[in-house]
Design a protein around this ligand. Structure first.
Ligand SMILES: [Zn+2]
Ligand SMILES: [Zn+2]
Length: 347
């Protein structure tokens, strides 16, 4: 047995154990990356809370990460030892109808790092080293911090969502849910030039942050009538587009009340509850209802924005823990009273 490394292994809801694993070596067309920073995603936290086929244990979580290339396998082109990188965590088949069209996010044979999607565990990055195929690697500029680079995967998700269903004459967008994903969407909506971004959430700390990152109007849904406020802010017609970044089923029916006739609703939250809707709302009002899942080119676009100083994401990082105390980070996030936005694990 070769050298070993530390890995934080998910063994089921509430259980994360530090284990010694052998260091993976790069095969043909693979690189080995020494992990520097891993961000904890809402889906990692979901795995920690509830048992799910998508996260069947034993599994190393973590799909938002950065590090340096430490080894390259045979036939790797364009990547070098010492390069600062992040990784698109989608392990695509590169052969199906969707992959060939450049829509890998729709690939039905997809596996994904840090998940058991596709029926087998694909270990993620909460460990000292990973190996990945070279085509999954996204190099980042030297001026981009490891912390920011470890946010590029959610940047890809949120930039794709911010663009989804956008029209040229769009004036107003309502965003429901100002968690880490929602806050990144606010940043991208403003970067894309949306005139009025209205954010609703139930936590004042998040709404304050939403304002700081560019929201034009914020509404606390616990204290105010969201529908009335949005109507007031949109000449009584409703918003051109409503983006749902909160996993609460009731936000679907609320979005029908917030969107204007002919407007667009975009669902990005991974919602696991069944919701009853009135289909006449969609037909009779000519609405568009879109799902936004992962991204195609947007992770690279966001990497370029970071390199060009057109995007700042470090203001969303609120705490950092060493790998040895990774479980503590999950416990903090699991507390409903927590005021964290993005928590990272630093190796
Ligand atoms: Zn994520
Ligand atoms: Zn495919």
């Amino acid at each position: 047995m070769g050298e070993t490394m530390k890995a934080l292994v998910y063994q089921g809801p509430g259980v994360l154990e530090l284990e010694e694993r052998s260091i993976p070596m790069p095969k043909d067309r693979e690189v080995q990356i020494k992990i520097n920073t891993v961000s904890i995603c809402g889906s990692d936290l979901g795995a920690y809370r509830f048992a799910s086929d998508r996260f069947a244990p034993p599994l190393v979580l973590g799909h938002e990460f950065s590090g340096d290339i430490t080894m390259v396998g045979e036939n790797v082109k364009d990547l070098k030892v010492g390069q600062k990188v992040t990784v698109n965590p989608m392990v695509l088949c590169n052969d199906c109808f969707f992959c060939r069209r450049g829509e890998g996010n729709l690939c039905g044979n997809r596996k994904s790092m840090g998940t058991a999607i596709g029926g087998t565990q694909t270990d993620g990055a909460m460990r000292e080293y990973v190996t990945v195929p070279d085509w999954m690697v996204v190099p980042v500029g030297d001026n981009v911090s490891y912390e920011a680079a470890a946010m590029l995967e959610p940047c890809g998700v949120t930039l794709a969502c911010a663009k989804k269903g956008m029209t040229e004459d769009e004036k107003s967008v309502v965003l429901i849910g100002a968690g880490p994903i929602g806050l990144l969407i606010v940043k991208f909506l403003k970067a894309l030039g949306v005139e009025k971004v209205i954010v609703s959430d139930i936590l004042d700390t998040r709404l304050k942050k939403a304002k700081e990152v560019g929201a034009d109007e914020v509404i606390n849904a616990k204290e105010e009538d969201v529908v009335a406020r949005v109507k007031e802010l949109t000449d009584s017609y409703g918003a051109d587009r409503v983006i749902i970044a909160a996993g609460v089923g009731s936000s679907i029916n609320q979005s029908f009340e917030l969107v204007r006739n002919g407007g667009t609703i975009v669902l990005v939250a991974l919602m696991h509850e069944k919701v009853e809707i009135d289909p006449m709302e969609i037909v009779g009002r000519g609405l568009k209802f879109l799902g936004s899942y992962m991204f195609t080119s947007e992770m690279k676009e966001a990497a370029q924005m970071l390199a060009d100083n057109r995007l700042n994401v470090e203001d969303l990082i609120t705490s950092t823990y060493p790998l040895e105390r990774g479980k503590e980070a999950f416990d903090v996030l699991n507390d409903p009273q927590n005021t964290e936005i993005k928590v990272q694990i630093k190796l």
